[in-house]
Design a protein. Structure first.
Length: 383
């Protein structure tokens, strides 16, 4: 996810945090310290509530890490490659390859909510014990944490993508129909319906004076948008089924020498190709990376005469690579765990072509069109 930074690792998996995470901590710490705790245990110093509120917010953040780690570690045990985990204001996201079986997809999907429900039950039990012993503030913090985790676990089990319950629904439909793309489309439609419903309920609550309705509207909007994107992705995969990389790639691809200076590259290559993305080749003609031309505008003018273009390019190790005979859908599945678009198509170490978003749209439109769409009309003219 963009605008995120690395904050650590869990069992060798990189853990990142979006810039919205501090906002989440601030909101929860403020609500817990200014409202929940004073109502449960009145008469204490404000600093006690403030410190307890911060501790409660940090414990909630830790529980979110456990939720995402459950997804990631279950996926890794199932043989699914996991790239990283990212926390953000509405929860978290684990980037991984697509599960190869419905059983694996189901195991990964349910692991997160089960972890949240387990944390919720354990912390509520601890809260009851502490409360009986007279530890009012710790009992209140753990009670709030337990209730929040139970709510998180139940909410995530709603049968709508991108929630975990949507993944469960998708896995069940995949097992029943044998078609993962059809299952993803159905989960996406369910997510759109649920998301719009949450947004409407949130709006009605907000106009009736309930501030929490605004948060529900944001969640509903996020669910709707993400579900629509997943549905479009499934439709794209269906359209590109059985399509080979060589059918989609642009070949030959315009390239530039990676030893050129930025100024020389702009005048001799960029001005001639007219492309926004240009693959680079080394002295031996082998691909060495990709340069996004928009990034060259950030290079200070005084450095453009001496800075080599390879120094501002994306190196080959961070690019998505493919071979001409691969299935295009398999390559697209790797985009989430590699460098993204464009895709460099190589054959025997040489650049054979390039695939951009335009190429994918073009081949998808061609394969989506039915045979009658390209057939001539009775008059002999194309419609």
């Amino acid at each position: 996810m963009k605008s995120s930074i690395r904050i650590g690792s869990v069992r060798g998996l990189e853990l990142r945090a979006h810039w919205s995470v501090p906002l989440l901590l601030l909101l929860f710490a403020y609500g817990l310290g200014s409202r929940t705790l004073p109502a449960y245990a009145p008469g204490l110093a404000p600093v006690v509530y403030a410190v307890a509120g911060v501790i409660g917010a940090l414990l909630l953040l830790l529980s979110l890490v456990v939720h995402e780690a459950a997804h990631a570690l279950t996926a890794r045990r199932s043989g699914i490659s996991v790239r990283d985990m990212t926390l953000w204001a509405l929860g978290g996201m684990t980037r991984m390859e697509r599960p190869t079986t419905a059983r694996a997809a189901l195991a990964v999907a349910v692991s997160g909510p089960l972890a949240s429900l387990g944390i919720g039950g354990a912390t509520l039990g601890a809260a009851v014990g502490l409360g009986a012993g007279g530890w009012r503030i710790p009992a209140a913090v753990l009670g709030w944490l337990g209730g929040t985790n139970l709510l998180l676990g139940v909410f995530n089990l709603l049968p709508a993508a991108p929630l975990d319950g949507g993944r469960v629904l998708q896995a069940a439909l995949w097992w029943r129909t044998g078609d993962p793309d059809r299952a993803q489309r159905a989960a996406g439609r369910s997510g759109q319906v649920l998301g719009m419903g949450l947004a409407v309920v949130g709006w009605l609550a907000f106009v009736r004076g309930v501030p929490g309705g605004l948060w529900l509207m944001v969640i509903g909007w996020f669910v709707t948008v993400t579900a629509a994107a997943e549905r479009r992705w499934a439709e794209l995969r269906t359209a590109l089924r059985d399509v080979r990389v060589r059918e989609a790639m642009t070949s030959p691809a315009a390239t530039g020498a990676d030893w050129l200076t930025v100024n020389r590259f702009l005048s001799d290559v960029a001005a001639q190709t007219g492309h926004s993305v240009v693959p680079l080749v080394d002295f031996e003609g082998r691909p060495s990376g990709v340069v996004q031309l928009r990034r060259l505008g950030a290079v200070p003018p005084q450095q453009r005469e001496t800075l080599r273009i390879r120094d501002v390019a994306t190196p080959l190790s961070k690019c998505t690579l493919a071979t001409p005979d691969e299935l295009l859908t398999g390559v697209l599945d790797r985009l989430g765990s590699s460098g993204g678009l464009p895709v460099l198509v190589t054959d025997s170490g040489r650049l054979d072509g390039i695939i951009t978003a335009y190429d994918i749209d073009r081949v998808a439109q061609r394969h989506t069109a039915g045979p009658d769409d390209d057939a001539p009309t009775p008059g002999g003219q194309l419609p």
